[in-house]
Design a protein around this ligand. Sequence first.
Ligand SMILES: Nc1nc2c(ncn2[C@@H]2O[C@H](COP(=O)(O)OP(=O)(O)OP(=O)(O)O)[C@@H](O)[C@H]2O)c(=O)[nH]1
Ligand SMILES: [Mg+2]
Length: 427
Amino acid sequence: MFKSKNHNTDNNSLEEDETDEAEIEELFQQQIPIGIGEEEHRVFIVHPDVKWGSRKQYLTTAALQMEEAVGLVNTLYNWSVVDKIILSTKTPEKKRIFGKGNFQALTEKIRDTPGVTAVFVNVERLSPSSEKELQEAWGVKVLDRYSLVLHIFRCNARTKEAKLQISLAEIPLLRSRLRNEAVNLDQQGGGSRYIMGSGETLDFPIISVMGYTNCGKTTLIKALTGDAGLQPKDQLFATLDVTVHAGQLPSHMTVLYVDTIGFLSQLPHQLIDSFSATLEDVTHSDLIIHVRDISHPETVNQKVNVLNVLKNLQIPEKLLNSIIEVHNKIDLIEGYEVSDPEVIPISALKQHGLEVLKVKIEEAVVKYTGKQTMTLKVQLNSPQLAWLYKEATVQVVDDVGDDCTANVKVIISQAAYGRYRKLFQVT
Ligand SMILES: Nc1nc2c(ncn2[C@@H]2O[C@H](COP(=O)(O)OP(=O)(O)OP(=O)(O)O)[C@@H](O)[C@H]2O)c(=O)[nH]1
Ligand SMILES: [Mg+2]
């Protein structure tokens, strides 16, 4: 389904549309956060079905839904269905999808079916912990409808704009996975929920890193996140795809940095579409970091241009006010000093000034997202701690002694704190 790559990717000239396409194609294929590659798949389909109405009614519905699932898999040219099964399930409110007996029988059946490389569980979304659990039990890739459909879109994406859109669609998925890695719900006794529930309230703050091409955006994100996969390059438009990277702030709050396509005064025509898609994405972030290459002769004009574009984008006033201005590449100017105390001077390459920047980012996140740091006295023999792990960012748990309580430092939104107080009748 992917186009074969017959372009010469060594030539980076922007004038050559073909080369440019090839490079985007390559970048796009490198970044597959949902982890489905181009390989062939032999898929076992499980359709968990809740009984309702008459037996005939639910069997008909289940059969139709199974047909739909088969159709989805067959859309992918090198995928095939090896077997399929409809299994009655517990209600969605229950913590697990399948009852114990059903699950054991299913696991045996999957293991006994030769050549299975993936199991498609035909539900909208599996929670990351369920997915992990099933994957461990079955030893093969586990897909839900969301990840399968995204994969189909990804394979069909031909234009740069479409590819960017897909990268953006993957953000919520990526977020929930990161959340799961940061907080293992199962270990906290929270159980694993089968379908993502209040997932949206669990979002991490999103920080868009913007600025002129070659100013050091990717280098900075790499330095802030330690993400070894990022490749800064001394070349215009090294980054042609929106990517998202998780990093930790000083108080262990996790944030997501969005690496964006750089500005250029004379934007090559073929890039305008993907560029505007990037900018649209920015309007949905919580905070903007504006990186300036302070060693560039046009740095002042560049700043004016960036701010003008952002203003014309109808970005919410609050987001405009949130902009953190960063002066990068100070290592190239001896004795560089800033006159504005709000501006943070750094060298992303030499990793100077990053701690100060992180503190500044954290302050801004607290200010602009309404999230606050609090220390709560928590009853350890109640579900309070598990609740906080799910709905807020737990930073430190201090055991305070014999009375079964702990001091828990959390980053929590005002709304979540309100719910916490109500739920546990804390005053
Ligand atoms: N001397 C110096 N060079 C830097 C610094 N930060 C980045 N660079 C260099 O600047 C070049 C561009 O860096 P990138 O991080 O790829 O820049 P970018 O803003 O992501 O560029 P695009 O993706 O093309 O928009 C690379 O050669 C980096 O090594 C810095 O603090 N000091
Ligand atoms: Mg870049």
